[in-house]
Structure formats: structure tokens, C-alpha cells
Design a protein around this ligand. Structure first.
Ligand SMILES: [Cu+2]
Length: 162
């Protein structure tokens, strides 16, 4: 490839990098700096299931939750609080094919996939109109992603409490 651009490979690479950073800035799907600091100031009164999972207690946990996979390339809600033994169901409400995947070997960024020790991950396609359910029995923090849209911020979290 550099031979085709003999003499100016660095300009071509620079343009690609600039375009990539513009895309990232325009999407705004990355972590928001300072978000965790804001959450820590309100942690004493949070029981509604915040995005960090810190408000997820046995009292607030649900025994069944549904998460939408949307054409805006998001899991909605991105963070859920589930009772151990409860069932999470993903539904593709749009027209774009997604996956729900919690396998670090399939992740571009392995930290996008997480299961508590003793729990198994999963990987299932979500075709338009389709759904997938799984029962989670091991308490702890789960992080999952959509394979085609992981780098675009299509990520989700599940906190399971017993
Ligand atoms: Cu997706």
C-alpha cells in the first residue's frame, strides 16, 4: 500500500487518522470524563439502578429484564439490574443485524467482555425482529457488546445480585 503512495504515505495515514478522530468525536459514544466523579456524589440516594450498577441491590433487582438493540447502535437500557436466576432478553427492534456477545476472545477490546468467575459468556446473533434470552445464575458484573458495533460504543452492562 505504501508503494502506491510512494513519497507521501504519511499524508495518507494522517488523513485516515483525522477522519477517524472526527467520527469518534461526532458519535460521542465514548465514556464521558468526570461521569464517575458525578455518580460518587449521589451514591447515597441511588436505588433506581444507575449506569454504574452501584444502585443495584436485592431489593431493586428485577427477575426479568428486556434490552432493546436499536438502529442507533445502542443497547437500551445500557445497564440493567437483575436478580440471580433471572432472565435477560434482548430484542432487535430495528433493521440492522446485531449480536449480544460476552466472549473476550471475540472482542476488539477484551475489557468490553466480562463475566463473574464461575459464569459462562454467550454469543448470539440478533436479527431484525429477533430476540435472545439467557438466565443468569451467578451474581456479579457482566459486560457485553455487539460484534459489528463494539468500536462504535454498542456496549451493555448487567449487574446480577443474589
Ligand atoms: Cu450492533
Amino acid at each position: 500500500m505504501t508503494r502506491l503512495f510512494s513519497g507521501r504515505p504519511s499524508i495518507a495515514l494522517g488523513l485516515v487518522a483525522a477522519a477517524a478522530s472526527l467520527l469518534i468525536a461526532a458519535c460521542g459514544t465514548g465514556p464521558i470524563p468526570g461521569q464517575s466523579a458525578n455518580q460518587s456524589t449521589t451514591s447515597t440516594s441511588s436505588s433506581t439502578g444507575g449506569s454504574s450498577g452501584s444502585g443495584c441491590t436485592a431489593a431493586s433487582a428485577q427477575s426479568a429484564v428486556t434490552v432493546d438493540a436499536t438502529d442507533t447502535l445502542k443497547f437500551v437500557p445500557a445497564s440493567v439490574c437483575l436478580k440471580a436466576g433471572g432472565t435477560i432478553t434482548w430484542k432487535n427492534t430495528g433493521t440492522i443485524v446485531h449480536t449480544t456477545t460476552d466472549e473476550s476472545s471475540l472482542a476488539a477490546n477484551p475489557s468490553d467482555a466480562e463475566v463473574p468467575s464461575g459464569a459462562k459468556g454467550w454469543n448470539n446473533p440478533l436479527n431484525p425482529g429477533g430476540s435472545f434470552s439467557i438466565k443468569l445464575t451467578v451474581a456479579g458484573a457482566y459486560k457485553y457488546f455487539c460484534i459489528p458495533h463494539e468500536s462504535l460504543g454498542m456496549l451493555g452492562q448487567i449487574t446480577v445480585v443474589s
